[in-house]
Design a binder for this molecule. Structure first.
Ligand code: HT7
Ligand code: ZN
Length: 875
């Protein structure tokens, strides 16, 4: 497969001013008539007109009304080349496609009874021949013709212009999108759909119709998404001054979807799991995720659609910025501290692993084989951190000035991450040239902190040293520009003023931002009256690994005294990790295991702290995952980690049983479900308490767990109970699983949860059960949500069984990848991510993982998606 390089970027040779598309729609065969008004690009290279096209049947081609014969163009499996074209011309292309044969879910495909599209990144070329690249922007008018009974609802981008019926039972509709857009934002949907309607009045007083289209059986599941959409529309006006620009905003829920959702102009298409919710069928986490994904896709209307990417190397221009926007939306609407903890937790467990592995790439990559492989945590989550750091460095008001200029200057254009940074620089007269290394250099910088206090001079010295490990293709790195948020605490936990030696006045706030630009840099604080403890990287002000040697007692102190909620949580996590790694070492050396009384004391203080948000308490009492612990070890010891974590949890549970019991009972007030921060916080703490109570080993607690499941009027409490039950062998577990399935087998979203909890079980026969579930009526390998719930959950979140010493987990994954690759290469390639860190494991496991990878690599006809990942892993 071909490698695409950023360095080879050239402007398009031909542009499309207008695209008229007519679809004669049917699931077996759809005919597409595309009429393109095209012209030579005055800034483009002297080159032939090349259109992309894949898996298309070409019916006919006309140039300015005249049919082109076979010798007047050239066709390969992926391109159509038309030589000798005039400066301006009209091209009519007729193609045929087979949506119901499309299991890759790119282009036009059939999901359940819905016909829908997915064009990002390069799916439009599976619909018709077209210059399928984001810097070709055109005005689209789309006519859809289809059988009226089978396809009563027919949607595309923009505003609906006209519709009518034919005598033969077919009907038609015409949609027009006045905003020029790249082909990846094109969308079409048809089906027998229920529509849930609402409206929103924009800040300038325009009324926008809001519509959510769903399968009729899901009509009761739209309210939360509609509320979230209105919240997002208002927030984007208030926070970024961005107003919606069409008369209608539509969302469609489909069951088969490769990702979470897609921001097609005016017609977002969603994975049903990311939009549908009722308290009975969705957990608090689902409600939360839906709110943020609805907002994310809506925010793309400006950060992505009005201003789009010049090429796919610039993907983080829209994705990093939009994730940063959806994260601050969620922080504003919910608990900001919990939002930050979750974001950082996700980044550190997923992105840091990617940055340390064979697929490490910069936020702006410089090469790819298959662009679908670059919808990564680096592009999204690290990209969001990069934009967040810009905000931190320039300040809130200045950042807003910069984004206003960016949207103004580049409205209707396809631009680069450099253009984004330049707009922030120009609006504020700041220099971010060194900062841009964050876009160019891969890898997670390591920041070492050394401190010294001089009690005679009352000076406190903070030395920051940065280094970034080599990553594929980048042996050495230049220093990054890092915003480092710090605070100084005295022995009683009170913030100390911070005055650097060249400053006339001290800084009075709790936290200040230090600008780190050198490989090693020293900050001298003067007039520091007593020896302080520095709290650094507050709020996780930069995506770095911190090497700051604090004793367990200092961590315990910060855990209860830090002024920064994030650092309180983080100090707690570091303390727990230190303790768990000591336990792992004891297990490896056959030493007796001893419970840390320091940790138990701190847990007790946290649990009884009346001033602390219960949501934060729940986070602080949650032990790091086994995967995260594995990432902290040079060579992960999967079994010892599991044993150590179980030991710690059980013994904390036994020590604080009375308190967990009391807290659980206090939180068990009967109250109708509501999705709000307070109630959510209570439910999360209640479920954490239940998990400790069950971990204590007291058989009576299982009854309590079953009681919670029985009495629950919401999925949050029901699923929390079921999750705990699946790790207990016995009849009660089987009964719980059976009755759960019986109750919910009609609901796809709930059935996926049922599959996922079983895949995550620590019981010894889990792989056998997973294989059995693959034959269950509830599972189809063609459905990405089923695959993620069962295979994905097992391989990514069940380390004890996935990393079984006999290699059975790895062989299982390899077999599934080969099956999936024939059906859906994007999903197959994603599943491979479970082997990202294979080189970090012990010799025996490495060999087994390598064999699994080789068994994939040696297959003929691998997709470009799987080929790219497997070869990079083995390189
Ligand atoms: N921008 C969207 C990306 C997306 C996608 C990419 C590849 C294959 C399928 C896909 N579905 C959606 C999603 C987003 O970030 O908003
Ligand atoms: Zn996005």
């Amino acid at each position: 497969p071909k490698v695409t390089l950023l360095a080879d970027y050239e402007q398009p040779a031909y542009l499309v001013d207008e695209a008229l598309l007519q679809f004669d729609l049917d699931s077996a065969k759809t005919r597409v008539v595309s009429t393109l008004t095209m012209r030579k690009n005055p800034q483009g290279p002297e080159a032939d007109c090349i259109l992309d096209g894949e898996a298309l049947t070409l019916v006919s081609l006309k140039l300015d009304g005249k049919k082109l014969e076979g010798n007047q163009f050239q066709r390969t499996t992926s391109q159509l080349l038309i030589p000798n074209l005039p400066d301006k011309f009209e091209l009519e292309i007729i193609t045929e496609i087979e949506p119901d044969q499309n299991t890759a879910l790119e282009g036009l495909y059939y999901s359940g009874s819905i016909l829908c599209t997915q064009c990002e990144a390069e799916g439009f070329r599976r619909i018709t021949y077209y210059p399928d690249r984001p810097d070709v922007m055109s005005v689209f008018t789309v006519t859809i013709v289809a059988d009226r009974e089978k396809w009563p609802v027919m949607l595309s981008n923009g505003n609906m212009e006209d519709q009518g019926v034919f005598d033969d039972g077919r009907h038609w509709v015409r949609w027009h999108d006045p905003h020029p857009k790249p082909s990846y934002l094109f969308a079409l949907v048809a089906g027998d759909l229920h529509v849930q309607q609402d409206s929103f009045t924009t800040q300038s007083g325009r009324e926008v119709a809001l519509r959510i289209y769903v399968d009729p059986e899901n009509k009761h599941k739209c309210d939360h998404a509609l509320t979230s959409l209105k919240q997002a529309m208002k927030w984007d006006e208030d926070t970024y001054g961005r107003e919606y620009d069409l008369d209608v905003f539509m969302i469609v829920a489909v069951n088969d979807f490769n990702m979470g959702a897609m921001e097609n102009k005016g017609l977002n298409i969603f994975n049903a799991a990311c939009v549908l919710a009722t308290p009975e069928t969705a957990t608090d986490d689902d409600f939360y995720t839906i709110q943020s994904i609805v907002a994310h896709e809506y925010f793309h209307n400006w950060s992505g659609n009005r201003v789009t990417c010049r090429d796919w190397f610039q993907l983080s221009l829209k994705e990093g910025f939009t994730v940063m926007r959806d994260q601050s939306f969620s922080a504003d609407l919910n608990s900001a501290a919990v939002q930050r903890i979750d974001d950082v937790n996700g980044l550190r467990s997923m992105q840091f692993a990617e940055d340390a592995g064979p697929m490490a790439h910069p936020v702006r990559p410089d090469s790819y084989i298959e662009i679908s492989n670059f919808y990564t945590v680096t592009i999204y989550e690290k990209g969001a951190e990069v934009v967040r750091m810009i905000n931190t460095l320039v300040g809130d008001e200045e950042f807003r000035k910069g984004t206003d200029l960016y949207f103004d200057r580049h409205d209707g254009q396809a631009v680069t991450t450099d253009d984004f940074v330049k707009a922030i620089e120009d609006a504020n007269a700041v220099d971010l040239s060194q900062f841009k290394r964050w876009y160019e250099q891969a890898g997670t910088p390591e920041l070492t902190i050394d401190t010294n206090y001089d009690p005679i001079e009352h000076r406190f010295t903070l030395t920051v040293t940065q280094a970034c490990p080599a990553t594929p293709g980048q042996a050495t790195k230049q220093p990054f520009h890092i915003p480092l948020a710090v605070g100084l605490l005295d022995k009683s936990g009170t913030s100390l003023d911070m005055q650097l030696e060249d400053e006339a006045e001290p800084h009075h706030g709790d936290t200040r931002i230090l600008s780190v630009t050198e490989a090693s840099q020293t900050f001298e604080f003067i007039n520091v009256s007593s020896e302080p403890l520095a709290s650094v990287l507050r709020g996780f002000s930069a995506p770095v690994k911190l090497k700051y040697d604090l004793s367990n007692h200092q961590l315990a102190f910060l855990m209860v005294n830090d002024k920064d909620s994030f650092n309180r949580w983080d100090a707690g996590q570091k303390l727990i990790i230190n303790i768990l790694l000591e336990l792992v070492a004891d297990i490896q050396q056959n030493n007796p295991l001893v419970l840390s009384s320091l940790l138990v004391n701190q847990f007790e203080r946290i649990l009884t702290d009346k001033k602390l948000d219960p949501a934060l308490i729940a986070k602080m009492l949650t032990l790091p995952t086994e995967n995260y612990l594995a990432a902290q070890m040079t060579t992960p010891d999967v079994d010892a980690i599991h044993q150590a974590r179980e030991f710690l949890k059980r013994n904390i549970a036994v020590s604080l049983k009375g308190l967990f019991n009391q807290t659980y009972e206090k939180l068990s007030v009967k109250k109708a479900y509501d999705f709000n921060a307070d109630d959510m916080a209570m439910r999360s703490l209640k479920n954490v308490c239940l998990s400790y109570l069950v971990a204590s080993g007291d058989p009576l607690q299982l009854q309590r767990c079953l009681r919670q499941m029985k009495q629950a009027d919401n999925m949050t409490e029901l699923l929390a109970g079921l999750r705990l039950m699946v790790d207990q062998s016995g009849l009660e577990r089987e009964n719980a699983l059976r009755s759960f399935y019986e109750q919910w087998k009609q609901d796809r979203q709930v059935v996926d949860k049922w599959l996922a909890v079983q895949a995550a079980s620590t019981l010894p026969d889990t792989l056998i059960r997973v294989k059995g579930l693959m034959k269950h009526e509830a599972f189809s390998i063609k459905n990405p949500n089923n695959v993620r719930a069962l295979i994905g959950m097992f391989c990514r979140n069940n380390p004890v069984h996935f990393h079984a010493k006999d290699g059975s987990g790895y062989r299982f994954l390899a077999e599934q990848i080969l099956v999936l690759d024939k059906l859906n290469p994007q999903v197959a390639a994603r599943m491979l991510g479970a082997l990202n860190s294979w080189r970090r494991y012990d010799e025996q496991r490495q060999q087994l993982m390598k064999q699994a990878l080789e068994s994939i690599a040696e297959q003929q006809d691998l997709s470009a998606d799987v080929y790219e990942i497997v070869t990079k892993y083995l390189a």
